[in-house]
Design a protein around this ligand. Structure first.
Ligand code: CO
Ligand code: CO
Ligand code: CO
Length: 319
């Protein structure tokens, strides 16, 4: 990609941020992002809702407010009933409505397998943009959804996930990060990203590298759905999760306490879909943020670690 040089481009592609931010005026900036993927659950309505929540999340992860969206659709015309497509779009539309976002159009193509997502436009005050590069030494790290969704999605594909776990995972993945973004805006934070395909450690690696700091994660503080451990032990590990783990090992980015076994490491590296916000906030504000998150009933409100002075991108995971 060519290097862009425009004074109004506040966030471009360099820092691996969730969305681009473009200043329109002294008090207003535009946020743009796009996300789509193939089904991760069997129910088409839930797939649509999760895909929409996931796409909107990149606006929330910048601290912004989503306004307008466009559907992006791939569908095997003639192979699957159009009723399935109808349900996917209804799931997305109702999720957008819940977020106060207008879906104003879109584009569809004939495809080998279904794909769905949104291109989203949002707004933010230029001074309130939460990027990857402002995490500071001493900040607390807070996570707003539990981990393990990749492992559960793999268990669903292998028909190993109990119905109650599928139900809870759909609930978590289709929850908007809106409440978390509102809490974050109210308290004022340093940095934020949402946890998606690269998993907690991959996205934290991105944030700490962009900020030139290190991080310390406390394993026992991580919110993880209890059933995830059992499924992971049974070998329900997505390819993406293994790739995340191998990549970080290759980069020597993570130092694990010696007592942490490989299954646990894979759980911590698990690739997420529509995961929570990972927020870096000044220590003196973290209590306020946690209690606001609880008021907003985010799926998790967990203090998982802190930003430390270390080589850029170095993460320590402690028992
Ligand atoms: Co993101
Ligand atoms: Co993104
Ligand atoms: Co994204």
């Amino acid at each position: 990609m060519p290097k862009l040089d425009d004074p109004n481009l506040l966030v471009g592609i360099e820092t691996g941020d969730d969305a681009a931010v473009y200043r329109l005026g002294p008090e207003l900036a535009l946020i743009q992002t796009v996300d789509y993927f193939t089904p991760i659950v069997d129910d088409p309505y839930s797939f649509g809702a999760i895909a929409a929540a996931n796409a909107l999340s990149d606006i929330y992860a910048m601290g912004g407010r989503p306004l307008l969206a466009l559907n992006i659709v791939g569908f095997p015309i003639g192979k699957l009933s159009v009723d399935v497509l109808g349900e996917i779009l209804r799931g997305g539309a109702e999720k957008a409505m819940e977020a106060g976002v207008l879906i104003v159009g879109g584009h569809s193509i004939d495809d080998n397998e279904p794909k769905y997502g949104l291109a989203v436009t949002g707004l933010i005050h230029p001074d309130l943009v939460a990027t990857n590069k402002q995490a500071r030494v001493g900040d607390d790290l807070i996570l707003t959804k539990p981990l393990g969704m990749g492992i559960i999605s793999t268990a669903i594909k292998r028909e190993k996930a109990p119905p109650s776990v599928v139900h809870r995972a759909i609930e978590v993945m289709s929850t908007l990060n809106r409440g978390a973004a509102e809490a974050m805006a109210e308290v004022g934070v340093h940095a934020c990203t949402d946890i998606t395909g690269f998993g907690l450690l991959g996205h934290l690696y991105g944030m700490t590298r962009a900020s030139g700091v290190g991080a310390r994660i406390k394993l026992s503080n991580l919110p993880i759905l209890s059933e995830v451990w059992e499924l992971a032990k049974e070998g329900c590990i997505p390819g993406g999760t293994r790739r995340n783990y191998d990549y970080l090992q290759e980069k020597e980015a993570v130092v694990w306490d010696p007592g942490i076994d490989e299954t646990t490491r894979l759980v911590v590296a698990d690739a997420q879909t529509s995961g929570g916000l990972l927020i870096s906030v000044a220590k003196e504000k973290s209590r306020d943020l946690l209690s606001l998150l609880e008021t907003k009933k985010t799926p998790a409100a967990a203090l998982i670690g802190e930003i430390v002075e270390n080589a850029s991108g170095q993460i320590r995971v402690e028992l």
